[in-house]
Design a protein around this ligand. Structure first.
Ligand code: UDP
Length: 329
């Protein structure tokens, strides 16, 4: 039996597909290659190019392959873009998931682990954030992910679907051998943008707002290594395959770093001065997001391996130095 990784040519999807292959699992990857890269799909996984909004394509996956569980990354994930193009996010993230679930129910494949996000919480009531805390997204991306969670809940009640939603905090870093890593076009995430400066592709990093209610005025985030996220997906899948109940887990390190602290650590890792300039706030950004991941540790047995920012940035830097143009070079 195989594991179907939807969006397995993307950043977190490719690291998870790779971890599954390395764990000796049979892996099928499907991706529309809109933001993913064929070169990121691990050797050893069978690859299908197509879109989850295409019902015939999704049906073909379940008809051609013997799938025991699905890991679903196939979604758009940029906060800023979601504010400018909300309907794109409703279409891909919600309509795509609806088509996928219709096909899963029709084929009797009822196990799914999927990407949710810290953006489901919006401005948190307190940090660290617990899974039971209020969910009130401040951006359209988080809204569509929260709606995906709710869709799963109702499909579970009606059709016996079993799901785990993984609410990631800030994914970063790369496979330590630098063979795969983060590559977005255009890039919007903080760490890869910072590393474009020592890579000679950008003169300075912009800090989006330094008047937040945080110690240095810049936003605080919980940065979690992509390989630790990958392991959490495998644990969540095995948890469901063992017959355990639907669940939602935060995935973070439980430690927050400000934008200025991340830039400072990147200066140490790269040995480059990395000039920074303060600009206006970015719409939809909460001041502070820090996870409590105690539940994932207790229930799934998750043990993040990369829990210091220096190592996380070092793996990202190794990837970006070796692949300054992402998968294009
Ligand atoms: N950020 C920044 N400059 C940039 C990109 C991001 O100051 O060029 C800030 C952003 O406002 C947020 C944090 O860095 O507070 C992390 O942003 P990112 O887009 O990496 O992840 P998000 O938290 O939106 O998922």
């Amino acid at each position: 039996m195989s594991i179907l990784v939807l969006g397995g040519a993307g950043y977190i999807g490719s690291h998870t597909a790779r971890a599954l292959v390395e764990a000796g699992r049979e892996v099928v990857v499907a991706d529309n290659l809109e933001t993913g890269f064929r070169a990121a799909v691990p050797a050893g996984a069978r690859f299908y190019e197509g879109d989850i909004r295409d019902r015939a394509f999704v049906d073909r996956l379940f008809e051609n392959e013997r799938i025991e569980g699905v890991i679903h990354f196939a979604a758009n994930s940029q906060v800023g873009e979601s504010m400018a193009k909300p309907l794109k996010y409703y279409d891909n993230n919600l309509c795509g998931t609806k088509t996928l679930l219709e096909s899963m129910v029709a084929h009797g494949v009822l196990t799914i682990v999927f990407s949710s996000t810290a953006a489901t919480y919006g401005e948190p009531e307190r940090v660290p954030i617990l899974e039971t805390d209020r969910t009130e997204p401040t951006n359209c991306y988080g809204e569509t992910k929260l709606s995906m969670e709710k869709m799963m809940k109702w499909v579970s009640a009606a059709h016996g679907l079993r799901f785990v939603a993984l609410r990631y905090f800030n994914a970063c870093g790369a496979q330590p051998d630098a063979s795969i890593g983060e590559a977005h076009n255009p890039e919007t995430h903080l760490l890869p943008l910072i590393l474009q400066v020592p890579n000679g592709q950008r003169e300075a990093i912009s800090i989006f707002g330094d008047d937040y209610p945080t110690p240095d005025g810049t936003c605080i985030r919980d940065y979690i290594h992509v390989c630790d996220l990958a392991q959490a997906h495998i644990l969540a899948l095995d948890y469901l395959l063992a017959g355990r109940e639907n669940n939602v887990f935060n995935l973070g390190n439980g430690v927050g770093f400000s934008v200025r602290e991340v830039i400072e650590e990147a200066r140490r890792v790269t040995g480059h001065p990395i000039p920074a300039r303060v600009e206006a706030r970015r719409a939809g950004d909460p001041a502070q997001l820090i996870a409590s991941s105690e539940k994932a540790k207790a229930v799934l047995g998750w043990k993040p391996q990369y829990n210091d920012l220096h190592t996380i940035i070092q793996t990202a830097w190794d990837w970006h130095k070796a692949h300054p143009h992402g998968y294009g070079a």
